[in-house]
Design a protein around this ligand. Structure first.
Ligand code: THU
Length: 140
């Protein structure tokens, strides 16, 4: 588990980038901050579209941003969203994240970046379909 100061810093980044969310249709703004193993932090927000199904979640935007910058190993993800009960990444984002970090630590926070809950991607997505599920790819 990350140190509490690191979790706080990651949540702060998630809350900051949440302000850039483009969510005119749902009004539900989400920010995500992904901590790479080398210490870099990659942020993403949800970006909606008038063609609704093209919407991309904050978590996948953070992940794709990280991969485009050369990061592929991750320690933790923080998510900031307005919520009664903390919002965990959707199924599509769990699958995308598990490709790179099946045991990712996930820190859920409110819109201001206050910590609400910390859990493991392994618990959110047991028995994932991963690279090792494909014939000839061995263990990931
Ligand atoms: N959303 C995220 O950004 N992350 C999630 O894990 C769940 C949902 C976004 C997508 C859409 O823009 C809005 O929240 C409402 O579903």
């Amino acid at each position: 588990m990350l140190h509490s100061e690191t979790r706080t810093a990651l949540l702060r980044r998630a809350a900051e980038v949440r302000r850039r969310a483009y969510a005119p249709y749902s009004g539900f703004r989400v920010g995500a901050a992904l901590l790479a193993e080398d210490g870099r932090i990659f942020a993403g927000c949800n970006v909606e579209n008038a063609s609704y199904s093209l919407t991309v979640c904050a978590e996948r935007n953070a992940l794709f941003h990280a991969v485009a910058e050369g990061a592929a190993r991750f320690q933790a993800l923080a998510v900031a969203a307005e919520c009664d009960s903390p919002a965990a990444p959707c199924g599509a984002c769990r699958q995308a994240l598990s490709e790179f970090a099946p045991d990712l630590e996930i820190v859920l926070g409110d819109a201001e970046g206050r910590e609400r809950e910390t859990l493991s991607l392994r618990d959110l997505l047991p028995r994932r379909f991963g690279p090792d599920s494909l014939p000839g790819r061995g263990q990931a």
